[in-house]
Design a binder for this molecule. Structure first.
Ligand SMILES: C[S@@+](CC[C@H](N)C(=O)[O-])C[C@H]1O[C@@H](n2cnc3c(N)ncnc32)[C@H](O)[C@@H]1O
Length: 396
């Protein structure tokens, strides 16, 4: 039976420190923020925020937009920048502290913007770092490393700001909320003329949801601000980077759905936990020397093993000469060894497929039993299903 001791609230209950300030209705608060943004110089053309199933808020077009048309422009003067009052803290912690102070100060005007942000409860349900152990145990193995790094970064950030929080009467929960806001809605801004860059927040652009590289509109950093430009007629999406779904889950609390019509070239299915134990110590040393130890993946968009995996399995199978030729040229010397590579990885992939199918079944079962965790379990179900499908496709 899944543990039931921790009672968790449903998604989207309005209860964050920031959103308590929003006494307005849904439409009003977005209309108020749109007007607030325009007053600060943000240009908004034929776009508006909308509630989108499974994505929270997003930006949609209100008219046909021609390719090349400017949709948004956020000038530098409208950006929210850190006040750098904690010199030893990371850029993310500095921006989080500055946003927290500004949002808590009644006269800053930031509450109009903050009213449009997700709630702390949204983060509690979507971000694996906030999940209890019994849900984290269901995550794919590849999530472990980025999640651990994220937690280490957060722990360092809390330590760096601890005195400041105490002095200002802020709680660690307050800080964690704004740290999560900054984590999921900040940009890197590099001012022109060689001035130092910083992490900033950009009003209105932060409504835009992510989609894989090559499937979105373009975001340009201009000398005087950020510009969003259409490259076709569509719902407005930008890419947050060429991230795998494991990374998106850890850092943003969502995974991109699979769409056979537009394969996601950013995604990969990590294979380290099955491949590394199958390598001999000598091969591990050989790979370490050339920087090929770890980081193995199946690429679901092209249904192939990545180059690192090809190199690594060949290190187990080929002579030194043949292997070095493959590393240098990306093709086999003489005989094609792809069949032998496939034979080597097949039992490993089968074992991972068994694990993925069992995890999928377990998550699907729990989803029926644990309605309060429906959001988290739906994320896990999607990811395990993608892993199982990708493995199955390569195996058949
Ligand atoms: C910059 S915000 C975008 C606006 C956000 N949807 C909102 O409701 O305020 C980034 C967050 O949006 C959500 N998100 C972005 N792209 C998504 C996608 N393709 N699918 C599901 N959620 C997405 C994630 O929660 C992510 O952390």
């Amino acid at each position: 039976m899944p543990p039931r001791a921790v009672k968790r609230k449903k998604l989207s209950e309005p209860e964050s420190p920031a959103n308590d300030a929003a006494a307005t209705t849904y439409g009003d608060k977005h209309a108020a923020f749109t007007a607030w943004s325009k007053e600060r110089g943000v240009e908004i053309r034929n776009a508006k925020p909308a509630q989108l199933p499974g994505r929270g808020l997003g930006l949609v077009t209100t008219a046909k937009i021609k390719p090349g048309a400017r949709i948004l422009f956020v000038p530098e003067k409208a950006m929210f920048k850190p006040d750098k009052s904690v010199p030893n803290a990371s850029p993310q912690a500095q921006l989080a502290i500055s946003a927290m102070k500004a949002c808590k100060a009644t006269d800053s005007g930031m509450s109009t913007w903050a009213a449009t942000w997700p709630t702390d409860s949204d983060f509690e349900h979507s971000m694996p770092m906030r999940w209890p152990a019994y849900l984290r145990d269901l995550l794919p193995p590849a999530v472990e490393q980025p999640l651990r790094r994220q937690e280490e970064d957060y722990a360092k950030d809390v330590e760096a700001v601890r005195d400041l929080l105490a002095a200002g009467g802020y709680s660690e929960d307050d800080f964690r909320y704004y740290w999560s806001i900054v984590n999921s809605r900040s940009f890197h801004w590099k001012p022109p003329k060689g001035k130092a860059g910083s992490m900033v927040m950009c009003p209105f652009i932060d409504y835009i949801n992510h989609a894989p590289s090559g499937t979105t509109c373009d975001v340009f950093q201009r000398a005087n601000g950020y510009e969003v430009v259409a490259d076709r007629n569509y719902e407005i999406l930008a890419t947050y980077g060429a991230h795998s779904n494991d990374k998106l889950l850890v850092h943003y609390g969502f995974v991109c759905a699979s769409d056979p019509k537009t394969p996601n070239h950013d995604d990969d299915i990590r294979l380290d936990h099955i491949l590394l134990p199958a390598l001999t110590p000598a091969v591990r040393t050989q790979l370490q020397d050339v920087g090929f130890l770890g980081g193995y993946a199946l690429l679901p968009a092209t249904n192939e093993l990545c180059f690192k995996t090809q190199v690594t399995v060949r290190a187990m199978l080929l002579t030194c000469n043949e292997w070095e030729y493959y590393v240098a040229n990306g093709e086999d010397l003489g005989e094609d060894h792809s069949g032998a590579v496939k034979k080597f990885v097949e039992p490993l992939l089968r074992r991972y497929w068994d694990e993925a199918s069992a995890s999928f079944d377990c998550v699907a079962q729990r989803r029926k039993q644990m309605p309060a965790e429906a959001g988290e379990l739906a994320l896990l179900e999607t990811r395990w299903s993608q892993i199982a499908h990708a493995l199955q496709k390569l195996l058949t």
